[in-house]
Design a binder for this molecule. Structure first.
Ligand code: GN1
Ligand code: MG
Length: 363
């Protein structure tokens, strides 16, 4: 986290009108550092989201910011005659020099968005209506970008949902055992490797390439405080070419279990099929008209695949000594891996029911 003086200095580089009031650390992201920045302009207080871009993860900042600018501008242009238009898509705030980001004296890169007022996020879903709203928001996001003209977006993190490569990275981490932790995760390693046949399920299915969000975690949707609508999709760093079912799969991963991602007590990790059904309804209501049959049918498998992939990513990072995800306690990445694998097991047990729900939703 940055110190307050430094933060105030960075905010002064952005075109926020008025006088600096405060900057407070915000959110639970595992990668970027985010701050809620407040400025007073005459009688009005305005808030902004300022983020330090994790350079180790996003290596090409100009490409990253170009993607985000193109996507947000294209989406905003489509939103005509819609209530709350400016709250339905993030708006970048430029630096005073006109650029989309600011590089500070330490070589760290920062960017800013307008704050979407009157909204909240959830770490876990409480009602089927919330699951529906989240899935509809991500579905609308995909639908809005379905016909975006070229050129192709940059791949901000190459091979992000390349599950076979994620598996290879795990095998390498096991072989190197850099942090000397492999002995503490033998069951998890075995669980991951025993399912290797699953790895190519989406990539080998010959699906159309689309513009996808790629990080459709539940907490990346802003819900309207008054109406409860999933009004705005955030965290646009991984918006790039991808496969539609990957986006649906990450919703299943984060919305079907009532337990947090790092829950210690695995008996609390359960698979709530009513939430799965609500996700299907919400997602298909928004993007069903765009998707081809093969993409739709793979919605049944996508949750299992992406949850397994996420477990592999947490496990790999645990074995590598916690270099990628922020951790807040010992064994944090291993705990996260365990919740993912527990959910995979539950999805395996109820695979037939999930398939039936998909077919029913498509009728
Ligand atoms: C990271 O930054 P955050 O928490 O929204 C990660 C996602 C993972 C997620 C797991 C760029 O997302 O891919 O699914 O953690 N983002 C990146 O909670 O790797
Ligand atoms: Mg996020």
């Amino acid at each position: 986290m940055s110190d307050p003086k430094h933060l105030e200095g960075v905010t002064s580089q952005f075109a926020f009108p008025g006088k600096f009031v405060s900057a407070v650390h915000w959110g639970t992201g595992h990668i970027q550092d985010s701050y809620c920045v407040e400025y007073r302009d005459g009688g009005a207080c305005r808030r902004y989201l300022m983020q330090r871009i994790a350079g180790g993860v996003f290596k090409d900042v100009p490409a990253l910011m170009e993607n985000i600018e193109r996507v947000t501008a294209y989406m905003a242009a489509q939103l005509t005659n819609v209530r709350d238009r400016e709250r339905r898509v993030l708006t970048l705030v430029r630096a005073r020099d006109g650029r989309l980001w600011h590089e500070d004296v330490d070589g760290e890169n920062w960017r800013a968005y307008g704050w979407v007022e009157g909204t909240h996020t959830y770490e876990t879903v409480e009602t089927a209506e919330q699951a529906f709203q989240a899935a509809r928001a991500f579905g609308r996001f995909q639908a809005a970008l379905a016909a975006m003209p070229g050129p192709r977006l940059h791949e901000t993190i190459p091979d992000f949902h390349n599950t076979p490569k994620r598996l290879v990275a795990l095998e390498r981490a096991v072989a190197l055992d850099d942090a000397g932790r492999a002995g503490t995760a033998t069951r998890e390693i075995e669980f991951a490797l025993a399912r290797r046949d699953l790895a190519g399920a989406l990539m080998q299915a010959n699906l159309p390439e689309r513009i996808t969000h790629n990080d459709t975690k539940l907490n990346n949707v802003l819900f309207d405080d008054t109406t409860g609508e999933g009004i705005c999709v955030i965290d646009l760093d991984t918006v790039m070419p991808g496969l539609a079912p990957c986006d649906f799969g990450d919703m299943v991963r984060t919305a079907t279990s009532p337990a947090p991602e790092d829950e210690h007590d695995l008996s609390r990790v359960t698979l709530r099929l009513p939430m799965f059904e609500a996700l299907l309804r919400g997602y298909l209501s928004a993007v069903g008209g765009v998707l081809v049959e093969a993409e739709k049918l793979l919605l049944a498998t996508a949750g299992k695949l992406i949850t397994w992939e996420q477990g592999i990513r947490f496990l790999t990072d645990y074995l590598n000594g916690d270099r990628y995800y922020k951790v807040h306690r010992e064994g944090h990445n291993l705990d996260r891996c365990r919740t993912q694998f527990k959910l995979v097991e539950l999805m395996e047990q109820r695979e037939d029911e999930m398939g039936r729900l998909v077919r029913a939703a498509l009728e």
